[in-house]
Design a protein around this ligand. Structure first.
Ligand SMILES: [Zn+2]
Length: 444
């Protein structure tokens, strides 16, 4: 006789409800019955029979979205987490791509490292937030308008180059073609100035810098564009992405060597009449990395708003400053050089001189939704373009490794960076538009 607990159910005594039997050897208790065979035990969903017991059946566990089964439990399934653009999965969490790795001179913005714009405000200006504004305390009687700065008591445009005339101090020189001159000072030569000077006139550097390029072996000059490639010249890199150009020098009229650091006012050459020239003169301009001439403000013409106009003579006051002697660096590209092509670069990309055979890793951020960044380089040896395509990764980051092999780029190569779309060709990608001018990099 076996006893068990009787349970009151709805006021009635229900004998032996819920009471299991005491099973003997070779049998098991299952839901209150002694059964002889394991086979007859029916386990609940999600469990399986093992050694006479129903245990969790891992295989039958169904985990919720975003989780996965591991050791019988549902845990976060990292592979299934989709992180937002600009973030990356790390240890199960979406973290901003660059939150912890933005380097010096950069700013984290929405998961991207963007370059900080480093301002260098000139004399008579003050940095206000991220702009150069006229310093009214320097001359409270003058208020320069937007986009202008006070220099030596005069308001000049922010992009204007404030310089001295490119001749020895005291020399009086006739201007034969000014900026916007009809003959040839238009298009990207808009702001060039021609000085009618006798052969062999001393030429002085209008700004200090480093000698980037020169030629002095030509004896050829004529008044048609058939001679356009025959000029002797000097190009001086000012180190800030601007370059002084001194054209039509006489044979052997270059008095500096490539790579020399020169001071403002230093004599650098002798004028001539080589190349496309209607008579002895110096063609002078300052260009940016795109070879676009920049407006000039000559110290000697302060009373004229800095302008030298044709038909008049002006006297050079170009004096070498006491600080002369500093070493000048070649220009790197500004980080926003290719901003209008949808691409920002990190600092350190040469925009004037690269070492032959050297390799550069160009990194930065694409601002475009296009999936590639294209680096294009013009090979002077074969007169064609070479293309490299870099995929745009998380946060817009791209990296393209570029070498400057010789002799393909024996003298110089043009360089262009653009946001680009896929292209079913050997090139692999192409920008949505072409270009007119591009920065020039000498191999040296
Ligand atoms: Zn000219």
């Amino acid at each position: 006789m076996r006893f068990c607990i009787e349970i009151l159910l709805f006021g009635l005594v229900v004998p032996e409800f819920g009471c299991g039997p005491s099973c003997g050897s070779g049998t098991v208790d299952h839901n209150g019955s002694c059964v002889a065979s394991y086979d007859e035990i029916v386990c609940a969903a999600g469990t399986t029979l093992a050694n006479g017991s129903c245990v969790a059946s891992y295989d039958k566990v169904v985990c919720a979205a975003g989780t996965t089964l591991a050791n019988g439990s549902c845990v976060a399934s990292y592979d299934e987490i989709v992180c937002a653009p600009g973030t990356t999965l790390a240890n199960g969490n979406c973290t901003p791509d660059f939150a912890a790795v933005c380097g010096a001179g950069t700013l984290e913005s929405s998961g991207r490292c963007l370059p900080l714009y480093v301002l260098s405000c000139g004399p008579g200006t003050l940095q206000v937030e991220n702009r150069c504004e006229p310093d009214s305390s320097a001359n409270p009687n003058i208020t320069c308008g937007t986009g202008a700065v006070l220099r030596d008591g005069v308001c000049v445009g922010l992009s204007t180059q404030a310089i001295a005339m490119p001749f020895a101090s005291g020399a009086s020189v006739l201007v034969t073609q000014s900026a916007n001159g009809y003959d040839s000072h238009h298009g990207y030569e808009q702001y060039a100035v021609d000085f009618g000077v006798p052969l062999g006139t001393d030429i002085a550097a209008a700004r200090g810098g480093r000698v980037l390029a020169s030629r002095s072996d030509s004896t050829v000059g004529c008044a048609t564009d058939t001679c356009v490639g025959d000029a002797n010249y000097i190009v001086i890199d000012h180190g800030d992405g601007t370059f002084g150009q001194y054209w039509h020098l006489q044979q052997n009229g270059v008095k500096v060597a490539l790579g020399d650091s020169v001071c403002r006012g230093q004599l650098i050459g002798k004028s001539g009449n080589t190349g496309f020239s209607t008579g002895p003169h110096l063609h002078f301009a300052i260009v940016d990395v795109w070879q676009q001439t920049l407006p000039l403000f000559f110290d000697e013409a302060k009373d004229n708003g800095g302008a030298l106009y044709a038909g008049s003579s002006f006297t050079s006051a170009n004096v070498t400053p006491a600080s002369c002697g500093e070493a000048h660096a070649y220009s790197d590209c500004a980080t926003d050089t290719f901003l209008t092509r949808g691409v920002l670069m990190d600092a350190g990309v040469p925009c004037a001189v690269a070492t032959p055979g050297s390799t550069y890793i160009i990194t930065g951020t694409s601002l475009s939704s296009l999936p590639f960044v294209q680096l294009a380089r013009y090979r002077t040896s074969s007169s064609d373009w070479e293309f490299d395509c870099a995929s745009v990764g998380a946060g817009g980051h791209y990296s393209v490794t570029v070498s400057w092999p010789t002799p393909a780029y024996a003298s110089y190569g043009m360089m262009m960076l653009s946001a680009a779309e896929p292209e079913a060709s050997a090139a692999g990608c192409k920008p949505p538009e072409g270009w007119w001018l591009s920065p020039k990099v000498y191999l040296r």
